[in-house]
Write a protein that binds this ligand. Structure first.
Ligand code: DCP
Ligand code: MG
Length: 384
C-alpha cells in the first residue's frame, strides 16, 4: 500500500491581539480598533460605568501599530504603520494598549482546542501552528465525490472547536506541506478555509507575489524584482542554475523548490526537539570588523537566548553550531561537538566563537544564528 497522502494544515488566528481585546470589550465590535503604543492609553471607566477608550487622534509619539481589526484595515491601517501616520487616516479609530498576558491565555486555549482533535502540532508562536492531519481518523476519506471531503470536515471541526473554546476565529490552509499551507491560510482571511492540492499550484499559487513564500524577505524580494521576477510562477520558470549562481547553492536551490511547491519538512513537535536555535536577520548588513561591537553584542544575546530556551525546556546539548548568511545570500554553517552537554550561555558563546573563527568574514553579514543540537535531558535547576 502506498503511504497516505500528506495533509498539513497551517492555522493562523485572525487579527489576533485585537480579537482578544474584543472579547472583553464587546462594545467595540464592528469599530476600527488598533493595538499598540505600549502600556499608555488604558481604557478608563466613566462615572456612568461605561468604558472610555483612547482614540488614535489623541496619540502622540513614535509608536507603531501592532495589529488592527479588519474594520481598521479597511481604512488603510496595518501592523508596523506609525501611529501618527495612522491617526491622519483614521483619527476616530480606538487605540488599545497591548496586554500579552491576555493574548498568551487565549493562545494556550486555542492550541488546546486544536489538540483535542489533532494532536500532532508544531507551535509557531503566539497565534499560529502547523497541524499534521495525515493520520487523523477520517481525514483521508472521500465524501460523495469529494476526495477532500473528510479533511474539509475535519478542518471545519477544528475551526468550530477553536471558536467554542475562545470565541475567536481563525483561518486554515490545508495542503500537502508546510510551505503551501502557510501560503494557503492567508488566501481567505478572516475566518477562512482553503484546501489546495499540488495540481492547483499553477492556478492558485503561481500568480501570487514571491514575498508570500515564507523565507523570501524584503531583500531577496527586491533582488528577485530587479531580475524581473515578481510572481511565484516567474520564479518557478527561472532556471535553477541561475538562482544557484546568484543566491548560493542552498538558498538558490531552495528558491526553486519553494516556487514548485516542494517541501518535505516534517512538523517539529514539542515532544522531541532535535535542536534549539535562535537567529536574527539584521536591520542592516553588518561587517565583522567595522561592526564588531554590535555583532558581538547580538552574538552573545543569541547564545543567552538559546541557553534560556534550553533551561526552560530542561535540555542540554553537546553540539554547538552557528549559521551565517552573507549579503550575497550565501549561507554557511559550522559546528563543534563538546565533550559534555551544556546549557550554559558562556560555554555556548565560547564554542560558537570558535566556530566563527573558521569562517571567512570578509563579506558583510545579513543573518546570524546559534544552535545547540544533540540534546539530552538537562539538569533540573537545583532548589536552594
Ligand atoms: N504582531 C506584532 N508585530 C507585528 C505583527 C504582528 O506584534 N509586526 C502580533 C500582533 C498580531 C499577532 O502578532 O495580532 C499575530 O500576527 P499576524 O501576522 O498573524 O497578524 P494578525 O493575527 O493580527 O492578523 P491576521 O488576521 O492577518 O493574521
Ligand atoms: Mg494572525
Amino acid at each position: 500500500m502506498s503511504p497516505p497522502r500528506r495533509l498539513i494544515a497551517h492555522l493562523d488566528m485572525d487579527a489576533f491581539y485585537a480579537s482578544c481585546e474584543l472579547l472583553r470589550y464587546p462594545e467595540l465590535r464592528g469599530q476600527p480598533v488598533v493595538i499598540g503604543g505600549g502600556r499608555r492609553h488604558q481604557p478608563e471607566r466613566g462615572p456612568d460605568g461605561q468604558w472610555r477608550f483612547a482614540r488614535l487622534g489623541d496619540y502622540t509619539g513614535r509608536g507603531v501599530i501592532t495589529t488592527a481589526t479588519y474594520e481598521a484595515r479597511a481604512r488603510g491601517l496595518h501592523s508596523a504603520m506609525g501611529m501618527m501616520k495612522a491617526a491622519q487616516r483614521a483619527p476616530e479609530a480606538v487605540l488599545l494598549p497591548v496586554d500579552f498576558e491576555l493574548y498568551r491565555a487565549c493562545s494556550r486555549r486555542f492550541k488546546a482546542a486544536v489538540a483535542e482533535l489533532a494532536p500532532v502540532i508544531e507551535d509557531r508562536g503566539i497565534d499560529e501552528i502547523y497541524i499534521d492531519l495525515t493520520q487523523v481518523p477520517g481525514a483521508q476519506d472521500t465524501v460523495g465525490h469529494d476526495p477532500l471531503g473528510g479533511v474539509r470536515a475535519l478542518a471545519r471541526e477544528i475551526k468550530n472547536n477553536v471558536h467554542r473554546a475562545t470565541g475567536l476565529t481563525c483561518s486554515i490552509g490545508v495542503t500537502p506541506n508546510k510551505l503551501l499551507a502557510k501560503i494557503a491560510s492567508e488566501l481567505d482571511k478572516p475566518d477562512g478555509l482553503t484546501l489546495l492540492m499540488a495540481d492547483e499550484l499553477p492556478e492558485r499559487i503561481w500568480p501570487l507575489p514571491v514575498r508570500r513564500i515564507n523565507g523570501i524577505g524584503p531583500k531577496a524580494g527586491a533582488r528577485l524584482q530587479a531580475m524581473g521576477i515578481e510572481t511565484i510562477g516567474q520564479l518557478a520558470a527561472h532556471p535553477r542554475a541561475d538562482l544557484v549562481t546568484r543566491f548560493g547553492r542552498s538558498y538558490g536551490a531552495w528558491l526553486h523548490e519553494a516556487a514548485h511547491g516542494r517541501d518535505d519538512r516534517p512538523l517539529v513537535t514539542d515532544s522531541e526537539p532535535v535542536s534549539m536555535s535562535r537567529e536574527t536577520t539584521f536591520e542592516r548588513d553588518l561587517h565583522a570588523v567595522r561592526d564588531r561591537t554590535e555583532l558581538g553584542r547580538i552574538f552573545t544575546q543569541l547564545c543567552e537566548q538559546v541557553a534560556a530556551d534550553l533551561a526552560r525546556k530542561r535540555y542540554a546539548g553537546r553540539t554547538v553550531g552557528i549559521k551565517l548568511r552573507f549579503d550575497d545570500f550565501r549561507t554557511v554553517t559550522r559546528d563543534l561537538t563538546l565533550p559534555e552537554a551544556t546549557q550554559d550561555a558562556a560555554a555556548i558563546r565560547h564554542a560558537a566563537g570558535l566556530c566563527l573563527k573558521r569562517v571567512d568574514l570578509s563579506r558583510r553579514l545579513r543573518l546570524l544564528g546559534v544552535r545547540v543540537a544533540r540534546l539530552e535531558p538537562g539538569q533540573k535547576r537545583s532548589i536552594t
